[in-house]
Design a protein around this ligand. Sequence first.
Ligand code: SF4
Length: 255
Amino acid sequence: MVESISCPALLADSVYYEPMEFTLDIPLICSVLSEERAQVRDEIRTVGAVGALQHSLKRQDERIAGAPDVGTLACRAGCSWCCYFTVDVRAAEVFGILEYVQHSLTPDEQAQIFLEVRENSKAISRLGETERVTRNVKCPFLVQGRCSIYVARPQSCRNYHATSAIGCQQSFEEPANLEIDPDFAAGVYQVGAAHVEAFSAAMADAGYDHDVYELNCALDAALSEAGARERFESKLQPFISLSGEEVAAEFDDLL
Ligand code: SF4
């Protein structure tokens, strides 16, 4: 069963809000939602929330690699227009990224990244929502045109689905223009979005914080607030200085 819908895009978790027409593959979405949600729920019980995320990220990449239109993607190593757009994350991702950084990057690399995180966070926290999504901010993990945490990068970065870099470049060059509507791979978009929604639903099922935060602000809070990880693991609100957003699930009625 497929149906054509008009739906607000979740490109890069909030860069564009223009409605786009695409064909929705309901059986595919339902199977991703139910399988991933059940698997993450099981894994949370055995390896905890951050461990479950790490397993889920591998399956997210596999699902995207198996999407019928994956070959149409324009995303390539060294193309980094999107790494200046807003990145939204959940707390489990923040703690997973910090684990990766602390185990895999040198002390000097970590110091540089944490400095950028702090500066970005200070600048972003002064902005309203509209200003935030209409301004370019270099991701602290973008180093010499490459993602320095590629293995641990956020779910939203994995879900990029542009079929031409032209729209990404235009958005970079005109960050305040939310009318730009790049071509995208609908199959990749659907499996990626359903996968992330299933992960979030499983976190909610298990009682963990599953709100969405801006990447720099959440990392800064995790680094500067004592006990953030412990609060998260105790199923409390992890960040004292931040309020997250509960993002409406796009496929809520299929969950
Ligand atoms: S985490 Fe990596 S892929 Fe995502 S915006 Fe930053 S540099 Fe780009």
